[in-house]
Design a protein around this ligand. Structure first.
Ligand SMILES: [Zn+2]
Length: 475
């Protein structure tokens, strides 16, 4: 960016995981055959009367309270009027000048520095249908998404790099999943993000004119689109041009942002109060109860992991990356009685396996008690650490218990001194010049001999016994 600075604000839409839609009783479900989850209310037929889904407000309140926002005792719904084929009512029910929640913040850690991003407001609204553009140039529309409950989370323009925007989105995604209010799936559109971005010369007081970038369907996509748009705006300014206020659509495959339309201002939407819905009233006891029942939040949990289990902050952060993983780790720490080793197993092997198999912790096939059992086999020296990792892989492949794999597949570690000594002697005979170097002072070759002995026993020699034997043979 050189002598320029960027100013980035994000608007994130999150679909809430309620049973039914925002204002009718249609199921709120993704992936059903098109136009099967609809009724006169969400299709906007004449004479309909929407009724607010209590669960929608409750989930939205959880999110607002989790970011430290103020939940207002009274707010109202408004109609946002615009025409689009996927909006049969001709308006979207949203909240305009009296959102149910304002304020709050998200704490980020980007490239080692911490930053707090202020949240301007979180408001309730309903989703529109989905237009699908066909290869032949026609467009078909699926109304199943009409009326799906959304929260819109509007940040202040507090971010200044694409990396900060990525970190912010990661944090929002983690939080909505942690609170069980949204699955955070950007590919399926349950979490969506629009960005407002402008650039100005460093040191200049006035911000530049912002453009809006839409249509990014991954967190990486948001980062790339912002980098592209910042670069483009700097190019325009450098070339003596001016930035026009407009909306651009990000093209993921070509990695460019194309102008879509002049950006609407709020006047264009002719907002007015929704006459069919009463105002939203949140008695303080209700907000207090939700606040009290809130699960322990990621940051608090991370700090507790450091204090209670003596973990390094980086490790605690990885373990608290997802609530299911944090729960699994804590159960394993308790069951095994060894939190630090439990942390190593979860951070290393469990997360590696989840990534390889592209599954989440809920479908991780090894129970906490089986993994604790495996850790115990290492503790009692029946298995070497590397042997245990192989047994874990076999447990995943076969679904069998650690005991049966150790017994039937011969992973057990041997502490049989005679057997190990035989192998150690072979190794020393195989590397006579290394032995001479060792004896003439290159003591760091010792690890090499241990390693070779372990390799020759396929990792089954007890490394402690092997070291003792090699010490003796070499002295
Ligand atoms: Zn409906």
């Amino acid at each position: 960016m050189g002598e320029y600075e960027a100013v980035i604000g994000l608007e994130v839409h999150a679909q809430l995981m309620t049973e039914t839609k925002a204002f009718c009783t249609c199921p709120n479900r993704y992936g059903a055959p098109p136009n099967t989850l609809v009724c006169p209310v969400c299709l906007g037929m004449p004479g309909i009367l929407p009724v607010l889904n209590r669960a929608m407000l409750e989930q939205a309140m959880k999110l607002a309270l989790a970011v430290g926002a103020t939940v207002h005792p009274r707010s109202k719904f408004d109609r946002k009027n615009y025409f689009y084929p996927d909006l049969p009512k001709g308006y979207q029910i949203s909240q305009y000048d009296e959102p149910f929640s304002t304020g709050g913040s998200i704490e980020l850690k980007v490239d080692g520095h911490r930053k707090s991003i202020r949240i301007r407001r979180i408001h309730l609204e309903e989703d529109a249908g989905k237009s699908m553009h066909q290869a032949d140039g026609s467009t078909i529309v699926d109304m199943n998404r009409c009326g799906v409950p959304l929260v819109e989370i509007v940040s202040e323009p507090d971010m200044s790099t694409p990396a900060e925007a990525r970190a912010y989105l990661n944090e929002i995604r983690r939080l909505v999943r942690w609170l069980d209010v949204c699955d955070g799936n950007m590919e399926e559109g349950s979490l969506r993000c629009d960005a407002n971005v402008s650039v100005h010369r460093k040191g200049s007081e006035a911000f530049g004119i912002a453009t809006e970038v839409k249509n990014m369907n991954s967190i990486r996509g948001v980062e790339r689109a912002l980098a592209y748009e910042i670069e483009r705006q700097i190019g325009v300014v450098e070339g003596g041009g001016t930035i026009t206020r407009q909306t651009l659509l990000w093209d993921e495959t070509e990695e460019i942002a194309r102008p879509m339309r002049r950006k609407e201002s709020s006047d264009d939407y002719r907002y007015f109060p929704e006459p069919d819905l009463v105002e939203v009233v949140v008695p303080s006891e209700w907000a207090e109860r939700i606040s009290r029942d809130l699960v322990e939040l990621p940051r608090a949990r991370c700090m507790r992991f450091c204090q209670e289990y003596g973990l390094a902050e980086a490790t605690a952060e990885v373990l608290a990356g997802e609530r299911g993983v944090a729960d699994y780790f804590e159960a394993l720490a308790k069951e095994s009685g060894d939190p630090r080793r439990a942390a190593n197993w979860v951070q290393g092997d469990v997360l590696r396996i989840l990534k390889e198999r592209n599954c989440d912790i809920a479908s991780f096939p090894v129970s906490v008690s089986d993994l604790a059992g495996l850790m115990n086999e290492v503790e009692t020296a029946r298995l070497s650490l590397s042997g245990a990792k192989k047994v874990l892989d076999r447990m995943i492949e076969t679904g069998r218990s650690p005991e049966s794999i150790i017994e039937q597949e011969g992973f057990a570690q041997t502490s049989d001194a005679r057997e190990i000594e035989e192998v150690a002697r072979e190794i020393l005979a195989k590397f006579p010049s290394e032995v001479i170097k060792y004896k003439s002072g290159k003591k760091n070759l010792f690890g090499f001999f241990v390693g070779e002995t372990m390799k020759a026993t396929k990792g089954q020699a007890n490394p402690k016994v092997a070291s003792e034997i090699l010490q003796r043979l070499l002295s």
